[in-house]
Design a protein around this ligand. Structure first.
Ligand SMILES: COc1ccc(OC)c(-c2cc(C(C)=O)n3cccnc23)c1
Length: 121
């Protein structure tokens, strides 16, 4: 029936949701959970032309907007790069972004993905 159709997840969506949950766990302060606003970050929208955050990535997974893993990783990298572009190196946001990028990219190495296969299929 049509309702069941909406609920079904493709294998790619299940992989991306698993990776997103793992990445979100590495952002306990939730600095990357929601879009950065000009209120909390003056001039942000002038400096960052392509904003990205975990909630937007989640919506794109749900909308089946990612055709492959690389597009997902590109958005994750964009999110971290935005933070190192806008924030000065001596800020908690710059440092958190550096760490998050490093940890997140380690989750998508061929070795890590191989370990995931049986779990997710
Ligand atoms: C202090 O608590 C919060 C809460 C949510 C935030 O972004 C969603 C941020 C935040 C997140 C960021 C980023 C990611 O650049 N940021 C930059 C400057 C000032 N604040 C932020 C901080």
């Amino acid at each position: 029936c049509v309702l069941r159709k909406i609920a079904e997840r493709t294998p790619l969506q299940r992989l991306l949701e698993h990776l997103l949950r793992s990445m979100e766990k590495r952002d306990p302060q939730q600095f990357f959970a929601w879009p950065v606003t000009d209120n909390i970050a003056p001039g942000y929208s002038q400096i960052i032309t392509n904003p990205m955050d975990f909630s937007t990535i989640k919506q794109k997974i749900d909308d089946n907007n990612y055709q492959n893993l690389s597009e997902f990783v590109n958005d994750f990298r964009l999110m971290c790069d935005n933070a190192t572009t806008y924030n000065h190196p001596d800020t908690i946001y710059f440092k958190a972004a550096k760490k998050l990028l490093h940890v997140g990219l380690k989750m998508v190495t061929p070795e890590k993905l191989r370990q995931l296969r049986p779990v997710l299929t």
